[in-house]
Design a protein around this ligand. Structure first.
Ligand SMILES: Nc1ncnc2c1ncn2[C@@H]1O[C@H](COP(=O)(O)OP(=O)(O)OP(=O)(O)O)[C@@H](O)[C@H]1O
Ligand SMILES: [Ca+2]
Length: 880
């Protein structure tokens, strides 16, 4: 802009207002164009991010209206709604607790203190934005939106989306490096040109020196000096790759938007690109690899295998009474019976729903059973303990304690069992083995096993005081086994293919599940995580507690081999992630539960489940998988790789232009004192390669090719050897052709018979045109740095074609009609043809160039010893 203003002022004073404004005007215009295009695309990006943020805040939750549980968006919640809360939920509005058990709330987001606050009748106030740390309950909404504490808090904080991703940081490094090279070169050119001019070494068209002391006026000298400065400034502008950050934001924003359609909501921008370099995925089983549509298909009650229709004949009423009471009271789900006699609606977590539906089929009347007894105390289910219990008052002084949870864990606490006639039998070793066999059989059918047990307890042993009762721990020994149920949760269709895709892409898939190890194995075999029964041995198949017991070093060794971890607690997941990361893996982890938060946090990319995931898990995650599907996780990998690849394409394209433009201008400036590409032309080239190039290359959709190579991991350099090769081949070609034209152009182009001034103009215009066309054709090459056919899928990328079209159109306009601004002259059709041919050659050249083998070791590794040589002595000196 300074150069523009200076040359505008000078132009007008020297050549008059009519003619003189062209020079400065066109520079100003070019600069303004660059600024406008950049600003517009920046603005569009920020709009998109806003939409995504809106989407991020749009939580779905369940509320009770008219006794019925319905699902609504958080924006639709109103005062008077009753909201059921369970562990991991975020309190969606301000409200008061109307009933609850062991409910404790993490108010750290409001108060900043991270201790849990117990909520009951004495302290029933719930503030929106807080998390449920334990227990469950119902709250009545009393305030929403801006009328809540949270709303007030949020209004005072504006969200910060200006974070820089690791890729951006790395790119800034590259950009700074290129910028410094550009500055150095520009400065050298400036010095050389100034020296040459003022020592009278430059000749005008007539062959006389342009400057001779005493003869040349101050104004002419100043004019020339400004021109030289303008050239230097332009070289800087060309060299500084300001399009790089733009390309990153463009790619990320484009991918984010497209990923939404692929059911992945990106919470942290950098996760997109990190996901591309993931080397392993630790996936949940339930809901991610399976459908999370659970149904009880096997059941063993009273030691007998039963099917719903003939319960009455098989089981005594005593058994069904205990069973139903245990199921109806020891649950966070519910059954709603519509008044008009429609089908019963069962709600709750999938496991709960399966068990409730099964009991309903057996004839359980949910409301009736619930009203018969009173809940005294609850120990909610969590993934750590893998069981949940409840104490209910059954009679005057009798208390029943029910437990429900992971089958073999509950079974281990049983000392008796209830037979089909309702008689309590002692659990001898034989019977124990019998039940274990039942569980194993169910598990090998890939069923999730849940055991139900109970015990009687005397009322007087339970603390009377409400407060003491809160501290009271439900007894969990000497249980009487009631039933073992096997719940089927089918494998998701498409998961097998997704796993295979990952394996081919060099990304190892590991299953980490809270489920029984046999169940886990059966599902892993089904979806291809384990390829054979034989492979399913320690340590490929491992139980959480075995892994937990290892030493840190052993754990690292074992972690790499693990394919399936069964009966894991959320902490085991964390240990696994830590071990893998220590081994240099880039780890992606999926999680749903509240206790998964640490593992999600620790992982390079934490993926939370959108449907089953708790708010806490979502908040610790980087990406939310909206449909809980493993296949979507794999799509995220694909997108991540595409982000990385697109940036690489753009860098290759841009560096080629940079290197070529710099070399040409520097060589020409130093040898002849003139540059073939002037300021306006260079600005135009800059626009093509920075802004338009970013637009064209950043939005390449991902291809399957991306999933055929191994992940880049943590250490691979941004500019690979393959890219250097492609880049150098093209840059050398361009430099050779254009320099030949620059020095021998008049004879090569048969311009001998023209006046030398015109010949020079035609020559320079031709060089400019050929240079731009080289870039246009090379833009195609940049699409596929490592594939032979650079045109695959080109018709699907409309934006790319559009931008190429616009670039060519503008180039024609500039040469043919805007010659005054760009200092060009019209070219005849022959010259157009020749310059197109020069550009076209870059296609076969790129093809042939790809046969040049490149070393595996990254280029900078060769320089490493060199730079170490330089660094060591100085360090030595520093010490002494
Ligand atoms: N609501 C529940 N009540 C009692 N027991 C349950 C309940 N839900 C699950 N279980 C038992 O706990 C076990 C593991 O639960 P956990 O929450 O750790 O795993 P998950 O998160 O469901 O599975 P994954 O880790 O594969 O996603 C299940 O195998 C089941 O036996
Ligand atoms: Ca889980």
């Amino acid at each position: 802009m300074v150069a523009a203003a200076a040359s505008l002022a000078l132009g007008i004073t020297t050549e008059g207002i009519e003619e003189g404004w062209y020079d400065g005007g066109s520079i100003a215009f070019a600069v303004i164009l660059v600024i406008v295009v950049t600003a517009v695309s920046d603005y569009r990006q920020s709009l998109q991010f806003q939409n995504l943020n809106e989407e991020k805040r749009n939580m779905h939750l369940q509320v009770i209206r008219g006794g019925r549980i319905i699902e609504i968006s958080i924006f639709e919640i109103v005062v008077g709604d009753v909201v059921p809360l369970k562990i991991g939920d975020q309190v969606p509005a301000d409200g008061i607790l109307i009933f609850g058990h062991s409910l404790s709330i993490d108010e750290s987001s409001m108060t900043g203190e991270s201790n849990f606050v117990h909520k009951d009748q004495k302290d029933p106030f719930l503030m929106s934005g807080c998390k449920v740390a334990d227990g469950y309950g119902n709250m009545l909404v009393t305030g929403v939106g801006m009328n809540t504490e949270w709303g007030l808090l949020m209004a005072s904080i504006s969200e910060d989306t200006g974070e820089e991703t690791p890729l951006q940081v790395r790119l800034n490094g590259v950009a700074t490096f290129i910028g410094i090279v550009g500055l150095t070169v520009a400065f050298s050119v400036l010095v050389v040109l100034l020296v040459r001019y003022f020592t009278g070494h430059t000749k005008n068209v007539n062959g006389d020196p342009e400057f001779s002391r005493g003869k040349t006026g101050v104004r002419d000298a100043l004019n020339a000096a400004i021109k030289i400065v303008t050239i230097a400034v332009t070289i800087v502008v060309v060299a500084v790759p300001e399009g790089l950050p733009l390309a990153v934001t463009l790619t990320l924003a484009y991918s984010m938007r497209k990923m939404m359609a692929d059911k992945a909501l990106v919470r942290r921008l950098s996760a997109c690109e990190t996901m591309g370099s993931a080397t392993t995925i630790c996936s949940d089983k339930t809901g991610t690899l399976t459908l999370n549509q659970m149904t009880v298909v096997e059941a063993n009650v009273g030691g007998k295998r039963i099917d719903p229709p003939d319960v009455d004949q098989l089981l005594s009423s005593n058994v069904t009474y205990l069973l139903f009471e245990g199921i109806a009271q020891n649950t966070t789900g519910s059954v709603f019976t519509p008044e008009d006699g429609g089908a019963k609606e069962v709600t709750g977590s999938p496991t709960e729903k399966a068990i409730l539906s099964w009991a309903v089929k057996l004839g359980m009347m949910f409301d009736t059973v619930r009203s018969k007894s009173k809940i005294l105390h609850v120990t909610p289910f969590n993934s750590e303990k893998k069981r949940g219990g409840v104490a209910v008052q059954a009679g005057e002084s009798e208390v029943h304690i029910y437990w429900k949870g992971a089958a073999e864990i509950v079974l281990a606490s049983c000392t008796k069992w209830l037979d089909a006639d309702g008689l309590v039998q002692l659990m001898d070793q034989n019977q124990m083995d019998e039940f274990k066999k039942v569980i194993e059989e169910m598990a090998s059918l890939s069923l999730r096993c849940v055991a139900l047990a109970y015990r009687s307890y005397a009322m007087e042993n339970i603390p009377d005081e409400e407060e003491q009762r809160q501290q009271w721990k439900l007894p969990e020994d000497e249980l009487v086994l009631l039933s073992i149920v096997g719940i089927k949760d089918p494998c998701r269709p498409g998961v097998k293919d997704a796993v295979e895709l990952c394996t081919r892409a060099g990304v190892k898939v590991r299953m980490v599940t809270g489920d029984n190890i046999q169940t886990a194995k059966a599902i892993a075999l089904e979806c291809g995580i384990l390829d054979s029964e034989a492979a399913a041995a320690y340590p490929i198949l491992i139980e959480g507690r075995t892994f937990r017991a290892l030493s840190d070093a052993q754990r690292e060794d074992v972690a790499e081999k693990i394919s399936v971890m069964g009966r894991s607690s959320p902490n085991d997941k964390l240990l696994l992630v830590q071990a893998l990361r220590k081994r240099g893996h880039v780890v992606a982890v999926t999680g749903d539960g509240t206790n998964d938060a640490p593992a999600l946090h620790e992982a390079d990319i934490g993926l939370a489940m959108g449907i089953q995931g708790t708010e806490v898990a979502k908040e610790s995650s980087d990406i939310i998988i909206l449909d809980d599907n493993f296949a979507s996780v794999v799509k995220v990998v694909r997108w991540g790789r595409s982000v990385y690849a697109n940036i690489q394409k753009f860098i290759q394209f841009q560096l080629t232009v940079n290197v070529a433009a710099l070399i040409i201008n520097v060589v020409a400036a130093i040898s002849s004192g003139n540059v073939p590409l002037n300021a306006v032309q260079l600005l135009w080239v800059n626009l093509i390669m920075d802004t338009l190039g970013a637009l064209a290359l950043a939005t390449e959709p991902p291809t399957d090719h991306l999933m055929l190579r191994s992940p880049v991991g943590r250490r691979e350099p941004l500019i690979t050897n393959v890219m250097w090769r492609n880049l150098l081949v093209q840059a050398l070609y361009q430099v050779a052709v254009l320099l030949a034209l620059n020095f021998r152009g008049t004879s090569i182009l048969r311009l001998k018979h023209e006046t030398s001034e015109h010949a020079n103009k035609v020559k320079n215009t031709f060089i400019f045109n050929a240079f731009v066309l080289c870039q246009v054709f090379n833009e195609f090459n940049a699409r596929k740095p490592d594939e032979m056919n650079v045109f695959i899928g080109i018709n699907r990328n409309r934006l790319f074609m559009g931008i190429i079209g616009i670039t060519v159109l503008l180039q024609v306009l500039i040469i043919e009609f805007l010659g005054k601004f760009a200092k060009t002259v019209r070219l005849n059709w022959k010259l157009w043809l020749v310059s197109t041919a020069i550009g076209l050659i870059s296609w076969p050249l790129a093809y042939v160039g790809k046969f040049i083998p490149v070393p595996e070791t990254p280029l900078h590794a060769f320089f490493a010893p060199l730079s170490r040589c330089f660094r060591h002595p100085s360090r030595h000196m520093g010490i002494s």
